[in-house]
Design a protein around this ligand. Sequence first.
Ligand SMILES: Cc1cc2nc3c(=O)[nH]c(=O)nc-3n(C[C@H](O)[C@H](O)[C@H](O)COP(=O)(O)O)c2cc1C
Length: 405
Amino acid sequence: MLEGKRILIGITGGIAAYKAAEVVSRLRKLRAEVHVIMTESAARFISPVTLQSLSGNPVHLDLYAEPRFGTVEHIALADLAEALIIAPATANCLAKIAVGLADDFLSTIVLATKAPLWVAPAMNHVMYHNPVTQENLVRLRERCVRIIGPAAGFQACGTEGDGRMSEPEVIVDEVVRYFTRPALLKGKNAIVTAGGTQEPIDPVRYLTNRSSGRMGYAIAEALQEAGAETILVSAPTALSAPPGVERVPVTTALEMYAAVMERFPDADIVIKAAAVADYRPATAADHKIKKDGTDSNLTLELVPNPDILAELGRKKKPGQVLVGFAAETEHLIQHATEKMRRKKVDMFVANDVTKPGAGFGSPTNIVSFLFPDGRRVDLPQLTKLEVARRLVLEIEAMLGLEVKE
Ligand SMILES: Cc1cc2nc3c(=O)[nH]c(=O)nc-3n(C[C@H](O)[C@H](O)[C@H](O)COP(=O)(O)O)c2cc1C
């Protein structure tokens, strides 16, 4: 299944390092070309000789060792990689790659490669829940690093909790899925909008909302994985565009409107995941608005922004798929269903942003897919990327592109 795929396995110094041998062995059985990179600590937990035998290639440990592979070995390896998987990934390793340290072979490769990166965290559950580790994971997710697990259960230190490395078959399945997913949307053009627009009041202040952009970015990633030429029209966020996705930065609702309308005629799929301000200040002051020295109120006049989704619904040609999002805080399904009918979209993704594990800023989401024929699919709590992949499957089905068994 992975015939000839060049996969780098990074192993760091945790008790789960022994499980990396199984990951390497499984990848080899699937005919991947595997190159192992170990940290110095990892080599205290499992012998490089084991990994060398299982991978069929020399193990890389020392940045300054005599190169066997190109003149600058870490760059040559980084260039040839089609995937990099760090399993197990220690708390230390996650921290290093979150801030971009490059002080050993593995962390240098992480910076030098353009290949997709997966990490399988493994550590004591207190280390895992330490706010610093959690912050590092958030940073990594924002940079499109794919995080596998961790799983919960018995830990080698004698406690129970989450922090166990995901099982080797789970890790290998993720990679197989990445390489073997049929590119059903190849030849299709997709536009995704993401983030919360900013509506200027004066040169230093603006009106905005709590959208982090994560859901839209995950959708762009899933569409790109499925082969679509994907454009991400993004309001300001802290996120990087997934590899292969074209990002069109915008700030205001009017700019987003113009960017989407310009590209809509060529689009096969449009997914409006952005939180677009319904209103903007009627005028934006040229200079910072100052206190007038009295205690009187300041009134801002707001005017409505164009309703991008409704306009797309009106302009939509047969064959174009239009998906809207409804972030609600009450009467979710009722409000979303009404919106869907009004705006003539093919599907609505409804999420109650007040639920724990859903909505703004959360790495996970809990959504329902609603269709104009009354069909409704309630998904469990999933990572935003998993929600995005399910959404892409629905779009493929709407376009009649399902995989035939
Ligand atoms: C017996 C033992 C077990 C350890 N297990 C883990 C672990 O499971 N996860 C982890 O993050 N660190 C673990 N550590 C700590 C790491 O080995 C340590 O942070 C080291 O600096 C990691 O280096 P590396 O990230 O370069 O491999 C363990 C240390 C020892 C001595």
